[in-house]
Design a protein around this ligand. Structure first.
Ligand SMILES: NC(=O)c1ccc[n+]([C@@H]2O[C@H](COP(=O)([O-])OP(=O)(O)OC[C@H]3O[C@@H](n4cnc5c(N)ncnc54)[C@H](O)[C@@H]3O)[C@@H](O)[C@H]2O)c1
Ligand SMILES: [Zn+2]
Length: 674
């Protein structure tokens, strides 16, 4: 390539990679796969090596991708937080060893020990502990030089100790680094919940963890249940001489360390570790994208030093994304509870990363157009960091001559209504909310769902049966069901019929905030429903609220306000609510909760055990709404310990010792009634 062309290509790569970096680190979105990103990076690095005077200062090869957002205070790192050099080839691992030997002037016979660790696909974090062992700060990598202080969010992570317990005095400065992740199981749970709430699904655990760490509401962060693994210890003065000892020290201090790290005596053992984990890593509870290899001895690490972007004593070996090639048999267009239409590719079954893949996500119309997808096409399917397989490319040269292009339907595949596309949104939806079967069934499923009305036994299958028999067309119909209706359903006997009826009956006691959530108003998830119920203590108050009044509530923005207004403007919804009122659903907060505002007068409460009338969150809210203060542990300042079933023994004991008054939930409710 001549210099002119190189210059053009370099400028183009710098611009594109900087753009992907911003999308990835700031917006937490991957527009291309990590593998493609790394290939472009590699191309840039090679060009820059060939034309060293064309290395721009803003080149992504020269700096760490920055996560700075200006939404959190920034903190300067005492030691820069760098990235890692990476490779996809085992040959380059051997070259890595050769470079180290040359740099340190070691003979070929001199053994070099390495520590191998799994490269966890999450977000790096730096934890600073003070000399008494208390967690002082949690800071993101930022641009490597300064990061963002996300301490309140970090404190929600259960496995990170708020205090290091140590018999020996701690060094004056303790910094621990690690990776914040979402486990695959937790990621799936969150997405199930989002599907229930009709919200767009998260793409993958890494980007979700990164986005979660940057939320402004630590309570929401806590709800998402992040995890953490630590793998770095920096202290002043130094207390260990090698990386392996550092990992041991972290374990002694009860920091979460991965049990799979291994001390390898030479590069061959490193390569075996790499091979050993290539497939086994899929069984781990979290996602990994490779292996990190670190020179064990600290004195050697120090001599090797760092480049502007990464240490010379470590390298990441990344596994190529596993890919399979198969044919596209069909595309189905699924209609969800909110009417959103999602295209899903039906593939000829093929093995990929140890599972049989038969379906792949196609996201939306734009994605299908970008792929230029045709029925019968040979397609490449990848599972890289994404749980749901993706079609990454079409093998156009193998396309059958008469192949028809995949076109997005103009009408709903379920009810035939013309589809609509919201301006600025990629997704199409079916506007026929009241008659489109999957939307009706989806709303009833959402209503019956555990965290909403919690109607036990009323799942997807039974709802489909009730719907197909014409017994239920909306949520209010559930309350008109008779024993003889249910008895005629397949699989129902006397007993199961009674159980279902009493589960439906029981749902009449579900408190108002959950009923509000169960109604399935778009954008009104669990948290928003609670906030709304607090400010508008009855459904009538909410119905009468203007857009402006709604938007005065913290956390309620224009989108939510519009959605609530639209819901109540539909007469069918108003009629439905009237029916729910007649059957006796809770459509307002209990009287005592909004009259007796300050009866508890600042008294300090601790709660323990499980309660029959409230969830853990609800009892805390209840106390606070009545002017009490809730603390998490019993001390001499505690006035009351409220005990439910199976209270914590240590709390009870402490309360008894300190003479704290112990009361039941019933007594608490009575106190608030006076
Ligand atoms: N898809 C995209 O659009 C896009 C954009 C930008 C970056 N990326 C991905 O991010 C990579 C660059 O990110 P990076 O600079 O954070 O480098 P990196 O992720 O390749 O490696 C460095 C990071 O690995 C993490 N890590 C996990 N386990 C570790 C362990 N045991 N020891 C040490 N570190 C460990 C640390 O957070 C560390 O900061 C790219 O190679 C690419 O894969 C993707
Ligand atoms: Zn429809």
């Amino acid at each position: 390539m001549n210099k002119e062309d190189a210059k053009k290509r370099i400028a183009e790569l710098v611009e594109r990679l900087n753009y992907y970096n911003k999308r990835y680190y700031v917006d937490n979105v991957s527009e291309i796969s990590d593998y493609e990103f790394d290939r472009l990076m590699d191309e840039l690095r090679h060009l820059e090596e060939a034309f060293p005077d064309l290395v721009f200062p803003d080149s992504p090869t020269q700096r760490v991708g920055s996560d700075l957002t200006k939404e959190f205070p920034t903190v300067r790192h005492r030691y820069p937080m760098l990235s890692l050099d990476n490779t996809y080839s085992e040959g380059e691992l051997r070259e890595f060893e050769q470079r180290i030997r040359r740099f340190l002037g070691l003979a070929a016979t001199e053994p070099i020990e390495y520590v191998c660790e799994l490269k966890i696909d999450g977000v790096s974090i730096s934890l600073i502990y003070d000399s008494k062992g208390y967690l002082q700060r949690g800071v993101t990598r930022g641009n490597g030089v300064e990061g963002e202080d996300v301490t309140p969010n970090i404190k929600t992570i259960a496995s990170i100790p708020l205090r290091i317990e140590s018999r020996e005095p701690l060094p004056a400065y303790v910094e621990i680094r690690g990776e914040v992740v979402l486990t695959k199981a937790q990621f799936q749970k969150l997405n199930e919940q989002r599907a229930m709430d009709g919200e767009p699904l998260f793409a993958n655990p890494r980007n979700t963890a990164a986005g979660t760490l940057k939320l402004q509401d630590p309570q929401e962060v806590a709800r998402r249940r992040l995890s953490c693994y630590t793998y770095f210890l920096l202290t002043e003065p130094a207390i260990v001489k090698s990386h392996w000892e550092a990992l041991e020290q972290l374990a002694i201090w009860q920091l979460p360390v991965s049990p799979h790290a291994r001390l390898c005596r030479n590069i061959d053992e490193v390569l075996s570790y790499v091979q050993e984990w290539e497939h086994k890593r899929h069984e781990l509870p979290f996602e990994t994208d490779g292996i990190v290899v670190k020179v064990n001895r600290y004195d050697w690490q120090e001599q090797l030093g760092t480049t502007a972007k990464s240490p010379r004593w470590a390298i990441a070996y990344k596994y190529k994304p596993e890919e399979a090639i198969t044919t596209l048999e069909d595309v189905v267009f699924q209609v969800g509870r909110t009417g959103a239409v999602t295209p899903v590719a039906v593939l000829k079954p093929v093995q990929l990363s140890g599972t049989t893949v038969q379906r792949a996500s196609l996201h939306n119309e734009d994605y299908i157009k970008k792929l230029d997808l045709h029925y019968g096409d040979w397609v490449r399917v990848e599972k890289s960091g994404e749980i749901i397989p993706q079609i990454t490319a079409v093998e156009k040269h193998r396309r059958p001559a008469d192949a028809r292009p995949v076109l997005f339907p103009t009408h709903c595949p379920e009810c035939g209504s013309p589809l609509k596309r919201e301006p600025q949104e990629a997704a199409y939806f079916c506007p026929n909310a009241w008659e489109c079967p999957p939307q009706i069934k989806g709303r009833i499923e959402h209503f019956a769902y555990r965290r909403a009305m919690n109607i036990e036994g009323l799942g997807e299958r039974i709802i489909a049966l009730l719907y197909d028999r014409g017994l239920v067309r909306n949520i209010a119909d559930l309350y008109d069901l008779k024993a003889e209706d249910i008895l005629q359903l397949e699989g129902f006997k006397e007993r199961s019929t009674q159980n279902l009826l009493s589960a439906i009956e029981k749902s009449k006691q579900v408190p108002y905030p959950r009923v509000l959530y169960a109604l399935g108003i778009r954008h009104v998830g669990e948290t928003v429903a609670k906030v709304l119920a607090k400010h508008f203590p009855s459904i009538d108050a909410l119905r009468k609220a203007s857009k402006e009044e709604l938007m005065q509530v913290p956390e309620i923005g224009e989108v939510i306000a519009d959605s609530i207004r639209a819901f109540f403007q539909d007469p069918a919804n108003v009629a439905l609510i009237e029916r729910l009122r007649r059957v006796g659903l809770q459509l307002e907060m209990p009287q005592e909760q909004h009259i007796q505002k300050n009866v508890l007068n600042g008294a300090v409460f601790v709660v323990s055990g499980t309660f029959s009338r409230f969830s853990r969150e609800e009892i805390k809210d209840f106390i606070e709404q009545h002017g009490g203060v809730v603390k998490s542990s019993v001390s001499s300042k505690t006035d009351f310990l409220v005990v439910g079933e199976a209270p914590g023994a240590s709390k009870l004991e402490k309360a008894e010792k300190l003479g704290v008054k112990i009361i039941t939930e019933k007594e608490l409710v009575n106190m608030c009634r006076q």
